[in-house]
Design a protein around this ligand. Structure first.
Ligand code: PMP
Length: 334
């Protein structure tokens, strides 16, 4: 019989799929790593499993404990999956810009969700960092994995995402592009890919970060933007700025237009940070040759964004529909 012992064992080993339509005019092979095929629906399942394994091993998380984390949703789902299997409670702190659909998903997994305002300073007690710190102090047996500082986040990518990409491309990958949120994906995956390709004839893998315009990674002030899960207004410890060779800033409008194209043209219903990463990937791929193999990581699926990116009304009211070279969603009758 072929089966997994629990959903936790289904994390990772996601496939690569070639992009064929949005890559029109590009000579290089562009492969997408489809992370919504993880059991919790995002790349964040990987760090959740690794962070909780490490916390148990270090005695920081004990039976009956409560996991508290500031999360835009995806890390929460990953933590909730693993926590369920092991009898922990979960409390997640999410900023109010995160859609209701995503919050409802966390609640459906049995977690408690606390919503905090986006438009406050990161060091304010009202911020999602501040509130999660307070809850960790107040709740007995609380453990905060803290994806923004936990070295097991990048390490999970060093141990799984990087080797998967290297093996699945037979070591032919030349460029890796991914969005930067906590920085865990780019730090761990990028570090592995650079190390393993260091002595290769063609040179090491070039690692490129995609960042929302306004975020600190691409030189912004941390001003608000709409794409979720990526960009920062602080510099987290989970990000090693020496890993990326280049950071490409992408606007909300470009990110969302590409997200809609991925659904319509590539059959990939994915989130806004995926559109952002693909815009950056295509910019990086523009002058590459047919010998180049670029892998772009798509962090999550699109169902949590139906009321936003895939809603013509929402897009139009935020000025995004006219801004990109996008068409309204076809065939929707109101
Ligand atoms: N996209 C989405 C939707 C995410 O939730 C995250 C994680 N915050 C990322 C991209 C970025 O991944 P990382 O935190 O590893 O930089």
């Amino acid at each position: 019989m072929k089966y997994a012992n629990s959903v936790v064992d289904l994390i990772g080993n996601t496939p690569l799929v070639k992009l064929n339509r949005v890559t029109d005019g590009i000579a290089a092979t562009v492969l997408a790593k489809v992370e919504y095929l993880n059991p919790g629906g995002s790349v964040k399942d990987r760090i959740a499993a690794k962070m909780l394994d490490a916390a148990e091993a270090e005695g920081k998380l004990r039976p009956g404990g409560t996991i508290i984390e500031p999360t835009s949703g995806n890390t929460g789902v990953g933590l909730a999956l693993v926590a369920q299997q092991r009898g922990y409670k979960c409390v997640f702190v999410v900023p109010d810009k995160v859609g209701e659909d995503k919050r409802n998903v966390l609640a459906a997994y049995g977690a408690e969700v606390v919503v905090t305002p986006t438009a406050v300073e990161p060091d304010s007690p009202e911020s999602y960092y501040g509130v999660s710190d307070r809850l960790t102090r107040e709740i007995p047996g609380a453990y905060k994995p803290d994806q923004f500082s936990n070295p097991n986040g990048p390490l999970s990518h060093y141990e799984t995402t990087g080797p998967e990409i290297w093996n699945d491309t037979d070591g032919r990958i030349t460029h890796f592009v991914t969005g930067v949120g906590t920085g865990g994906t780019i730090t761990g995956t990028g570090r592995y890919l650079k190390e393993v390709s260091a002595d290769r004839a063609g040179g090491p893998v070039r690692v490129i970060g995609a960042d929302p315009e306004g975020s600190v990674y691409s030189g912004g002030t941390g001003r608000p933007y709409f794409v979720e899960g990526v960009g920062e207004d602080i510099w987290p410890a989970s990000y090693d700025p020496s890993v990326p060779d280049e950071i490409i800033a992408v606007s909300d409008a470009e990110s969302f237009a590409m997200t809609r194209r991925l659904a319509r043209e590539e059959g990939l219903l994915v989130g806004g940070s995926c559109g952002m990463a693909v815009v950056a990937a295509l910019r990086a791929a523009k002058d590459l040759t047919a010998d180049d193999v670029l892998v772009v990581l798509l962090p999550d699926g699109g169902r949590g964004y139906l009321g936003k990116i895939f809603s013509d009304d929402w897009m139009e009211s935020h000025g995004f529909l006219d801004a990109g070279d996008d068409a309204p969603v076809a065939g929707v009758l109101h």
